[in-house]
Design a protein around this ligand. Structure first.
Ligand code: NAD
Ligand code: UD1
Length: 360
């Protein structure tokens, strides 16, 4: 029996694959590589010494999905695949509704067709919109303030409806706070295309000298130093939460949402300071205007995950910064780094990776 990982070549999915394989699970990866590189998959194999099947299939390709389910004995799905850039979702909302919502509808239809009724879904703290109270608990009011957030909310709702109609489904909805960091090996990490939207990859690129300075989006928030406060969570802790969620749904029917965060908030200035310490580099910054849609404070109450999933974040802000810096320094151009071109990476367009599985 295997776990299907949609979006397994992506930032969080790749870290989840490593932990799944190291825990002895069989893994099948499905990805269309729209925001990732097959090189990440080669690195997963190098790190774990384990083989797994990979399908270059789009969630919107229903026949392709059926092919994956027909060829493999899948017991559960970790559903990471999705588009995640908030700004782009405002400019091209239909692309987001189509990819994220319709893609998930197809996936659930095929899961139902093959009697696979266990899913761990990648949701986001964005479903809390501008939270009324912090720390945020799972029963806080849900709302979305941009199309990306609305796709996450819609998917959460459709998953509830699926369970209402068929109580054999077992679903864990994980609401991630701010995933950062990288695997401690420095072999896999976040590889944003173009200018990073998020704080940590931006800081890392400034430290590496790829960008001259960071813009701090607002220093007049009602917080300890005036800058925005977030709950940064190490991606390996986040990956491990998925293994706990899989165990949980094995034992519990129903649909449950869990906050996946540390419960501790850090300001932008604290993150800059921690990164300077970890990297030994100075991070030049200027204070600029607030970014549209940003909130002052966002951090989790992670008690439910601690008590029900038996999961707790273990890696602190220093590990988050050190591991990000190791990844950034070892891979200055992400997966496009020179060393990889010598390893003859699998081409996205290769006939080998079209729909048929390739084994890594
Ligand atoms: P990512 O872009 O690195 O990974 C997503 C993967 O899904 C990519 O490999 C991409 O190629 C693939 N994909 C996208 N659309 C697909 C489709 N139609 N068919 C097949 N594959 C497709 O993003 P990530 O940071 O790893 O995020 C994973 C999930 O977690 C996403 O659903 C995202 O919305 C959610 N999430 C991420 C964050 C974050 O800050 N990174 C925070 C909260 C929630
Ligand atoms: C962003 C997304 C949110 C998503 C979350 C986790 C937006 C508007 N929101 O939120 O939907 O759920 O990531 O992936 O994109 N900052 C700077 N300078 C920068 C970048 C960020 O000062 O160049 C600040 C922000 O104002 C914020 C903090 O750093 O206070 C963190 O920003 P970011 O990493 O983008 O995460 P979120 O704002 O939480």
């Amino acid at each position: 029996m295997a776990v299907l990982v949609t979006g397994g070549a992506g930032y969080i999915g790749s870290h989840a694959c490593v932990e799944l394989l190291l825990s002895g699970r069989d893994v099948v990866v499905l990805d269309n590589f729209s925001n990732s590189s097959p090189v990440a998959l080669k690195r997963i194999k190098d790190l774990t010494g384990k083989s797994f099947r990979v399908y270059n299939v789009d969630l919107l390709d229903k026949a392709g999905l059926e092919h994956v389910f027909s060829e493999n004995d899948i017991e559960a799905v970790l559903h990471f695949a999705g588009l995640k850039a908030v700004g782009e979702s405002v400019s091209v909302p239909l692309k987001y509704y189509r990819n994220n919502v319709i893609g998930t509808v197809y996936l659930c239809e095929v899961m139902q067709q093959y009697g696979v009724k266990r899913m761990v879904f990648s949701s986001s703290a964005t479903v809390y919109g501008v939270a009324e109270n912090v720390p945020i608990t799972e029963d806080s009011r849900l709302t979305a303030i941009n199309p990306y957030g609305r796709t996450k909310l819609m998917i959460e709702e459709l998953l509830h409806d699926i369970y209402q109609a068929d109580d054999e489904w077992r679903i864990a909805v994980l609401r991630y706070f701010n995933p950062v960091g990288a695997h401690s090996s420095g072999k896999i990490g976040e590889d944003p295309k173009g200018t990073p939207n998020n704080l940590m990859p931006y800081i890392a690129q400034v430290a590496a000298g790829k960008r001259p300075q960071l813009s701090v989006f607002g220093a007049n928030y009602p917080t300890k130093d005036g800058t925005g406060i977030r709950d940064y969570i190490h991606v390996v802790d986040l990956a491990l939460a998925h293994l706990k969620a899989l165990e949980y749904i094995q034992a519990h029917a129903g649909i449950e949402a869990f906050n996946i965060g540390t419960g501790v908030g850090y300001s932008v200035l604290e993150m800059i300071n921690a990164f300077e310490q970890a990297s030994g580099k100075t991070i030049p910054y200027i204070v600029s205007e607030r970014r549209n849609g940003d909130v002052a404070l966002c951090y989790a109450n992670p008690d439910k995950a601690r008590s029900r999933l038996k999961w707790q974040a273990k890696r602190d802000i220093h590990a988050m910064c050190e591991d990000t810096w190791r990844w950034q320094s070892n891979n200055p151009n992400g997966y496009q780094s020179v060393s990889d071109s010598r390893q003859a990476p699998i081409e996205k367009e290769s006939p080998l990776v079209k729909t048929a599985a390739f084994l890594l």
